[in-house]
Write a protein that binds this ligand. Structure first.
Ligand code: ATP
Ligand code: MG
Length: 335
């Protein structure tokens, strides 16, 4: 009887892994879509270089970090080195150029926290945000993309977590919940902490890539092709990892004292970061250190109401993974 039960459990877990993988596959963009984005980007490059021959255009965010689901918006950064430029003027000029090239819904949002030009490409329906000189975002995009190449389980886990967060309404910084970027960082940290580890800590390894952006030195080991098979001693598959991820954030994370840090591959204390009390709007109720801007807590948007929402959602997800007969449906039920 024991053997029969073990076999049943195995079947169960294999079935669950297959179900999660199917969800992951359904979220990955088709090659066709990626090709269209590339084309669109090259058109933008052409227009921009006519006006600013010295400028460079970069893709960043989910269309470039390999954590983008199908039909994501495109994030683009226009980098102009000239220190004399007036940001608003450049963005207004850019909006002008795009408008006259038949792009639709072109809007320059010059007073936003991060000023951008928004636009839509009429044929493909691709939406795009263009920001100015946000090079740090381009660099953290590369870091995420490099981590994703080490072990496919990172991409699988992050797609499931992002899909869960969007379905459950906890992926909106303006409502005090977390950004997609924060969720991916949480996944990287989590896989660094598994035993055996599934991901290394690239910033603690010998530097092969280094760039200074806004006085911040960004340095890490980026020859990730040499790290294939790094996590192969760990045999955990996606269902187990999803279970453990939610279990960690529901019941094991020390919200009162701990700061998760991908940069060091460890957990730091709030005390050593001086993140123990509220300063201005930073409440530090869930602490996620940015890998490069280390004084920046990605959880700072979370307030005393949204922390409750967030933790209840982690608990709900953990309990579903523990007890629900069909977790890959229930987990993503709209809230
Ligand atoms: P989505 O699929 O939801 O659009 P995304 O990967 O584009 O996900 P966003 O949270 O929209 O994620 O952020 C876009 C990019 O902006 C990130 O990849 C990151 O480079 C940068 N970014 C976002 N939030 C922060 C932050 N708090 N600090 C530093 N960089 C950030
Ligand atoms: Mg985005």
């Amino acid at each position: 009887r024991m053997l029969k039960r073990q076999m049943l459990c195995r079947l169960d877990i294999d079935w669950l892994n297959a179900a999660f993988l199917a969800i992951y596959e359904s979220l990955v963009p088709l090659e066709e879509e990626t090709a269209k984005q590339k084309q669109f980007f090259m058109l933008l490059e052409k227009l921009v270089s006519k006006e600013w021959p010295e400028a460079r255009l970069y893709l960043y965010g989910s269309c470039a970090n390999s954590f983008g689901v199908s039909k994501s918006d495109i994030d683009v950064c226009l980098a102009i080195e000239d220190a004399e430029i007036n940001k608003s003027e450049v963005l207004l000029k850019l909006a002008d150029i795009l408008q006259s090239d038949n792009f639709q819904n072109v809007q320059a949002l010059t007073r936003a926290r991060v000023p951008i030009v928004k636009l839509m490409e009429p044929v493909s329906g691709i939406s795009c945000d263009i920001c100015l000189n946000n090079v740090l975002a381009v660099v953290n995009t590369k870091l995420l993309r490099d981590y994703a190449q080490i072990d496919v389980r990172l991409r699988q886990l992050a797609f499931i977590v992002k899909h869960w967060a969007k379905s459950r309404g906890v992926n909106a910084t303006y409502q005090g919940t977390l950004s997609s970027y924060a969720y991916v960082i949480m996944c990287i940290h989590f896989l660094q902490q598994r035993r055996p580890a599934i991901l290394p800590c690239l910033q603690e390894m010998g530097t092969t890539y280094s760039i200074t952006v806004d006085d911040i030195q960004c340095a890490y080991f980026d020859q990730v092709e040499k790290l294939h098979g790094f996590g192969s001693r760990n045999k955990e598959a996606i269902a187990q990892l999803v279970w453990a991820f939610f279990n960690y954030w529901a019941y094991r994370h020390d919200y009162a004292n701990a700061v998760i840090s991908v940069r060091t591959g460890s957990i730091l204390s709030k005390r050593e970061k001086d993140w123990t009390r509220r300063i201005g709007n930073d409440r530090h109720l869930i602490c996620i250190e940015d890998p490069f801007e280390i004084s920046h807590d990605l959880g700072r948007v979370v307030d005393k109401f949204s922390i409750k929402v967030l933790r209840e959602e982690f608990e709900r997800a953990a309990d579903i993974m523990q007890y629900d007969p069909n977790p890959c449906v229930t987990l993503f039920e709209p809230y």
